[in-house]
Design a protein around this ligand. Structure first.
Ligand SMILES: C[S@@+](CC[C@H](N)C(=O)[O-])C[C@H]1O[C@@H](n2cnc3c(N)ncnc32)[C@H](O)[C@@H]1O
Length: 237
C-alpha cells in the first residue's frame, strides 16, 4: 500500500501532493481554452473558485487585469505561490477561503470561474457584476476520468444506482443545452497529453490506483481523451 493520501481522495492528494495534481490537471487547460474563446478577459477582474494549484488562475491571469483565487487548503495555495514566482505573475491574489462564503463583496468582479470544484453557484453569482458571467467547468456524463471512466468505474465497482454512476457510465446524445439553474452548457473533446506512457501511468496511477497506471503502460497510452463540459450563465441587473 502506497503511503500518503488514498486513491480518488482529491482534496487530500491536492493538499499533500500538489505537484502530482498539477501535472495531472491538464483537462482544466482544455476548459480554460474554451472559456477564452467565449469571453474577452482583457481589463476583466475574475475570481477563480476552488482554485487548487492554479491550473486555471495561472493560465488566465496573464490575459486579465486581476484574478482572485479562492482556495480552502494550504498545500495547493503554497504550490501556486511558487508557480506565480517562477512565471513572474503579479496580478493573481490567492485568498484562503471557502467557496460557500466567498471573501469578496457583492458585484465586485467581472466574472467568476470554477473548474472541477464544488462551487455554490448562487454564491458565485453574488460576487459578479451585472453583465458578467459565471463559468463552471467539469466533465460531460461518463467522463469523470475521460475515456478511462467506464474501465475505472467497473474496477472500483461503482454501483449503477450510485450518485457517481452518471459520471463514470453516463452518456449524452446532445452537445449543448440549458440546465435547471439556467446555465448554458457545451460539451467538447479535449486530449490531455502527458508526454509519455510512463508519465501518464505515474500520475493517473498515483491518483486512481496502480491498476490504472498498469493499464496505461500496457496500452502504451500517453494521452487521455476527455469530453469536457463548460457551463455559463450571464448575470443580469
Ligand atoms: C479538484 S480541485 C480543482 C482545482 C482547480 N480548479 C483545477 O481545475 O485544477 C478542487 C479544489 O477545491 C478545493 N476546495 C474544496 N472545498 C472547498 C471550499 N469549500 N472552498 C474553497 N476551496 C475548496 C480543494 O482544496 C481543491 O483544491
Amino acid at each position: 500500500m502506497e503511503e500518503g493520501p488514498g486513491y480518488f481522495q482529491f482534496d487530500d492528494i491536492i493538499e499533500q501532493l500538489p505537484g502530482v495534481y498539477h501535472a495531472f490537471a491538464l483537462s482544466t487547460l482544455g476548459l480554460v481554452e474554451r472559456l477564452r474563446e467565449s469571453v474577452d478577459l482583457r481589463k476583466a477582474t475574475l475570481v477563480d473558485i476552488c482554485a487548487g494549484t492554479g491550473r486555471c488562475a495561472l493560465t488566465i491571469a496573464p490575459a486579465a487585469r486581476h484574478v482572485y483565487a479562492v482556495e480552502l487548503q494550504r498545500g495547493p495555495s503554497l504550490f501556486a505561490h511558487e508557480q506565480m514566482k517562477a512565471l513572474g505573475i503579479g496580478n493573481l491574489t490567492y485568498l484562503r477561503g471557502d467557496a460557500n462564503r466567498l471573501p469578496l463583496r457583492d458585484r465586485s468582479v467581472d466574472h467568476a470561474v470554477g473548474m472541477w470544484g464544488v462551487v455554490d453557484s448562487e454564491e458565485a453569482e453574488r460576487v459578479v457584476r451585472p453583465g458578467g458571467q459565471v463559468f463552471l467547468g467539469g466533465c460531460a456524463p461518463g467522463n469523470m476520468v475521460g475515456e478511462l471512466s467506464g474501465m475505472i468505474g467497473s474496477l472500483y465497482g461503482i454501483p449503477d444506482d450510485s450518485p457517481m454512476a452518471d459520471l463514470f457510465f453516463g452518456d449524452s446524445d446532445q452537445d449543448h443545452g440549458v440546465d435547471e439553474k439556467g446555465y448554458h452548457w457545451n460539451d467538447f473533446d479535449y486530449v490531455a497529453d502527458y508526454g509519455t506512457p510512463e508519465e501518464a501511468a505515474r500520475l493517473l496511477g498515483r491518483i486512481y490506483g496502480p491498476q490504472v497506471g498498469h493499464h496505461l503502460e500496457e496500452q502504451n497510452m500517453s494521452t487521455v481523451l476527455w469530453r469536457l463540459r463548460l457551463s455559463s450563465r450571464s448575470i443580469s441587473a
